[in-house]
Design a protein around this ligand. Structure first.
Ligand code: GLU
Length: 489
């Protein structure tokens, strides 16, 4: 059987796009499960919009996610990728062949003539297509057009995802494949590369459906064996419009910078247009290789659900904490940059790891960018918070109630002993505070809210027991007193 070879062919005209990663992932999974090859090809023929920075971002981004390609022309050192800008000679050679075989021709029509022609067609309510003026004219320069055989008819292929797909002949004309004999254009370079690189399956986004007949025609002009084509559904915003920068972040760098873990991003993207049919939602890359199937890729668009990404990321955070706290800490370090965090010394590291593993703390965070805010109450000075924050109206906390609660809390803390940072004392501390609810016949919120605010000075923070454990008895008493002071003041 022919070796399975697939590719991802990004244009370096922007930072690595989340949609590109999904297409890359599906290709990667398909290649891996078939013992095939996954080729990375940089399509940098658009010299104006392509930049080296974008190229670097795409290559390193895919590699960091673990789905870079596995071959390329640069032997000795790292592999690949292929760059179309380095392959002009190949395209020019093939272009020459088509011209010599009269399967393509030069077109010298001026812009003005073409514009006029289209005007007339539009006025007659006809599709705008090239009228073939230069088809037999024997021009020797100009743009190069593909000569579509008169009797070619509709173009149909069995799409790996969409099934039988047809583009009608009347939608196609002798399209331009090169700006000149030396300057091949997008469709031509894609088709010749897919042939040269022996790509067996072209799996790409649905936005390329209308390009596929053009590529098929180029393959046919040469008499090359066609690859199979599959078009993945679009990624949609929540309002079902095509995913756009205005409604979602689209660059992978942005997601990484927010503290989404690479494995979580891949897991999320795998589910964006595919599922196993059962309930499973968390998959390692190895499991995806095993379970993914092109047959189960959906035909319709997939909504980008940020809440689901958050949930998946939270699961990965928990998994990392449980399985590889050292590796996880290396990532965490990059996200807690505040001067209050001692990430350099062994004690600082041990303390932070302990907090991360604290069952009251882990799982409260959906992404690493939330960690700094979450951890800082345990390290930073108590901020000067307003009285209204602690005496929250919603919980009907009057000055009398607040005073009673805080005094009772001080009494409870005084009766307890714990070593600062001893997570095994969470339970005792928690029970002591919770018992105030019953003893004073109050509601949970009337007791636990003010205690937590007294300890953190913040609207959002780790839970009161975690705070107490890591602040230590002395600091807890001090902070409860500060809160009491706010009542008189
Ligand atoms: N370079 C094209 C893009 O970035 C992809 C072409 C293809 O996959 O065939 O959209």
């Amino acid at each position: 059987m022919k070796k399975i070879r697939v590719r991802i062919a990004p244009s370096p005209t922007g930072l690595l796009h989340i949609g590109t990663v999904r297409v890359a992932l599906y290709n990667y999974l398909f290649a891996k499960q078939n013992d095939g090859d996954f080729v990375l090809r940089i399509e940098d023929t658009d010299k104006v919009r392509s930049t080296k920075e974008y190229e670097e971002d795409i290559i390193s981004g895919l590699q960091n996610l673990g789905i870079g390609g596995n071959e390329g022309p640069h032997v000795g050192g790292d592999y690949g990728p292929y760059r179309q800008s380095e392959r002009t000679e190949i395209y020019v050679k093939y272009l020459k062949q088509l011209l010599e075989e009269d399967k393509a021709y030069f077109c010298a029509c001026s812009k003005e003539r073409l514009e006029e022609m289209r005007e007339v067609q539009r006025a007659a309510k006809k599709p705008t297509r090239y009228d073939g003026k230069c088809r037999g004219a024997g021009e020797s320069s100009g743009v190069v057009r593909l000569k579509i055989p008169e009797d070619r008819g509709d173009i149909t292929w069995e799409d790996l995802i969409r099934g039988k797909t047809t583009i009608h002949a009347k939608e196609l004309d002798d399209f331009v494949i090169a700006r000149s004999a030396e300057d091949p254009l997008f469709h031509f370079t894609v088709a010749t590369d897919d042939h040269e690189m022996q790509i067996s399956h072209v799996i790409r986004g649905e936005d390329h459906v209308s390009n596929t007949p053009k590529h098929i025609l180029i393959f046919e002009a040469f008499g090359w064996e066609l690859p199979k084509f599959g078009h993945l559904p679009l990624i949609l915003n929540e309002d079902k419009t095509k995913m756009s920068k205005r409604k979602n972040k689209v660059s992978v760098d942005d997601y990484l910078a927010e503290g989404y873990l690479p494995a979580a991003i891949l897991n999320f993207l795998a589910l964006l247009g595919w599922n196993t049919g059962d309930e499973q939602e968390i998959f390692s890359l190895e499991e995806l290789v095993e379970k993914f199937s092109l047959e189960r890729v959906h035909k319709s668009g997939a909504v980008f659900d940020l809440k689901k990404l958050d949930w998946i990321n939270g699961e990965y955070i928990k998994k990392n904490i449980a399985q590889d706290i050292d590796g996880f800490y290396e990532m965490v370090k990059l996200f807690i940059k505040g001067s209050e965090f001692d990430t350099q010394s062994a004690e600082g590291e041990a303390l932070i790891k302990k907090i991360l593993q604290d069952p009251d703390f882990e799982g409260r965070f959906k992404k690493l960018s939330e960690l700094e805010e979450g951890l800082s109450p345990l390290f930073a000075e108590l901020p000067d918070y307003p009285y209204e924050l602690i005496a929250r109206e919603k919980f009907k906390i009057t000055a009398e109630i607040l005073k009673e609660v805080l005094e009772k809390a001080i009494e409870k803390v005084e009766a307890l002993e714990w070593d600062k940072g001893d997570g095994t004392k969470n339970q005792d501390i928690s029970e002591a505070f919770v018992s105030i609810v019953g003893e004073l016949s109050l509601k949970n919120g009337q007791v636990l809210w003010p205690i937590r605010v007294a300890l953190s000075g913040l609207e959002r923070s780790p839970n009161f027991a975690t705070l107490a454990v890591y602040l230590g008895k002395e600091e807890v008493l001090k902070r409860l007193e500060v809160a009491l002071g706010k009542i008189e003041g």
